[in-house]
Design a protein around this ligand. Sequence first.
Ligand SMILES: *Cc1c(COP(=O)(O)O)cnc(C)c1O
Length: 354
Amino acid sequence: MKKLFTPGPTNILPEVREELSKDIFHHRMSDYKTLLYEVTEKLKKVYKTKEDVIILTSSGTGSMESSVVNFFNKGDTILVINTGFFGDRFIEISREFDLNVIELKYEWGNTYEYEEVKECLIKNDNIKGVFATHHETSTGVVNNIEKLGNLIKDFNALLIVDCISGLVVHEFEFDKWNVDCALSGSQKGFLLPPGLSFVALSKKAKKMMKDATLPKYYWNYEKYLKYYEIGQNPYTPSISLVKALNVSLEYLLSKGLTIIQDEKKSLRGYLEKELVNMGFTLFIEDESIRGNTLVPVINDKINIDNLVKELDKSYNIQIARGQGIYKDKMLRIGLIGDLPTTEYKTLVEILKNM
Ligand SMILES: *Cc1c(COP(=O)(O)O)cnc(C)c1O
């Protein structure tokens, strides 16, 4: 068995694996309706919302594309707060659909400048959507979404947030923070195999959806909301994964999100200390913006490519390297999975001896 110290996918819980091995039932029958309603109520607890949450059959990027095509018209102006690799992705998707993109770009390892975002919104009163990343997986930075929500609620724009690697392992309050659309995916904090993504929608978002004319078929949120009323998805869902989601959510919610977040934070502290002792440099200087999803470190003296391959080959341990220009410079050790602390201690000992 491979041990995944990666920032998603994660290893799979034994009870989830057992559920995945079971037989399925038909998705237009009452069993699925019961399951869908149960799972959605649990998802709402993770998002901290009373609003609708949709389940899509896709990896996280599918949900990102869905959030671009459901609210806007060709030529509409949107703002992307770009703090890394996944900020770039929102820009690429938005340009593909002929949106007029304003970009506020921040150096990797930093968060956004609040005053700059505010000024940009005031200066460009035609901005209809603001895209932000909750936890930026390429850098390990967690961006303050609460402050953005508080700002954007008074503008005629939606706040659309990629929480794909941020949810579960960080505090998140969809309703209280005035978020309009929040995306997440099964293979990150939800501890499932890849294949499902989740989208929470505010009333403001649902209102804007009505006038949106960008092309969409599979991603059309209105269809998902309509079918939800009868306990179904518009198209054949990944029934096994939805069943497994019910099991993993049960595990996460009964353990308690706050407990999980505290555990990750202290594990991060432990790893940071050990890695610094070994000669690594922490990528993010400002402690207050370091997230609980992964620990990003730099070390110019070692060959990252060799290290990652050797860990995999000799120890069945998989860790992630950097993304973009940091591909050969950074190590990203995931905290988002459910491996016990003892496994991290073993990893530290192995790294020390390499
Ligand atoms: C993993 C991730 C994605 C992309 O998700 P895929 O499931 O690979 O499509 C997008 N944004 C963030 C922040 C992520 O961590």
